[in-house]
Design a protein around this ligand. Structure first.
Ligand code: SF4
Ligand code: SF4
Length: 315
């Protein structure tokens, strides 16, 4: 494969993994140099295998590349080849297996009610995603509180394969699920969008503290959704961090990094949490349970957007 990299190094400067590890092989440019001979066939030494899987797929490098090199596609291809050859990381194989057997990467048993009755009008289909149900349950519960205010009937969907087959419109509170479904052509809305449209139904009073916003890569660079959450947060005491919107800094969890390299994910999270502190924010708000979890692990005072709204509502 012809990888037409100009070696300009723009990508290296924005790569959150390079930002922590500080060696060329852990940057986009370094990875491209390593993968070009390996695309299409497998003979990957351990050091290269590690560099290939130590990328969060945050897409920051894509947006600064002048050529542009199609790095995300190249990376996916190389990762797929390594996984198919059986030389991937055990943690990633377990996730793949759990997805096939249990329909979620955690290997947990789905036990959601099919329908929840609310006090509002009409109905909605809600796909909470695995992290909010199995690891960040208050995100799920807060979202349900808000949806109950808005709708009479909330249909809960847990099977992502069924979603793609049926392709009926629905909402999700997870940034990763949102971008995955969007790539697959599903009619999907993020809860941040419907909350923003119907903020007047929540009787917001106030929230005690300065808030900053962490753009999940899957909502921002992957799906170009930046404004709706900021519209909501503009009603509170809100400040931006040094890196925001298209230029945002990844939390460090994505792309399978948190599962196979938890210490690296933690170091990236700490860097992002420090940015929030430097901006004098007391809380980081994000509409992604996976980002929220990693940023909390990194010591951040983090709220999901739904948690913030529930806390700020009049009882
Ligand atoms: S996608 Fe993100 S983590 Fe991966 S190489 Fe590009 S900037 Fe670095
Ligand atoms: S920004 Fe693009 S052209 Fe420049 S070094 Fe990175 S991949 Fe190569």
């Amino acid at each position: 494969m012809d990888v037409e990299c100009l070696q300009c190094g723009n990508c290296r400067e924005v790569c959150p993994v390079f930002g922590v590890l500080r060696y060329e092989g852990a940057s986009t440019r370094g990875r491209l140099l390593q993968v070009s001979p390996f695309v299409g066939w497998i003979s990957t030494p351990e050091s290269i295998r590690k560099n290939i899987f130590q990328c969060t797929r945050c897409l920051a490098c894509r947006d600064v590349c002048p050529v542009p090199v199609d790095y995300p596609r190249i990376l996916n291809m190389v990762r797929e080849n390594i996984l198919r050859s059986g030389k991937g990381y055990e943690k990633h194989y377990r996730i793949i297996q759990n997805r096939i057997v249990h329909r979620n990467p955690y290997g947990e048993k789905w036990n959601l009610p099919k329908v929840v009755e609310g006090e509002g009008k009409g109905g909605i289909r809600y796909f909470p995603g695995c992290t909010s149900v199995f690891r960040m349950n208050s995100v799920f519960e807060s979202t349900i509180i808000l949806l109950k205010r808005m709708y009479k009937k909330i249909e809960l969907i847990s099977d992502c394969c069924k979603v793609t087959e049926e392709n009926e419109s629905m909402v999700t509170s997870c940034a990763g699920c949102y971008s995955s479904f969007k790539y697959k052509g599903v009619d999907i809305t993020h809860t941040a969008q419907i909350f923003e449209e119907r903020m007047d139904e929540f009787d917001i009073v106030s929230f005690p503290g300065t808030i900053t916003y962490h753009d999940p890569c899957h909502l921002g660079r992957h799906a170009n959704l930046y404004d709706a959450p900021r519209e909501i947060l503009s009603q509170f005491d809100f400040v931006e961090m040094e890196h925001y919107r298209e230029n945002s800094l990844c939390c460090g969890a994505g792309g399978g990094v948190k599962s196979a390299f938890p210490e690296l994910a933690l170091s990236m999270a700490k860097r992002r949490v420090k940015e929030a502190k430097d901006a004098r924010a007391e809380f980081i708000v994000t509409p992604c349970p996976f980002c929220a979890r990693n940023l909390r692990d990194g010591g951040g005072n983090v709220l999901d957007l739904s948690e913030l709204l529930v806390m700020a509502m009049q009882e």
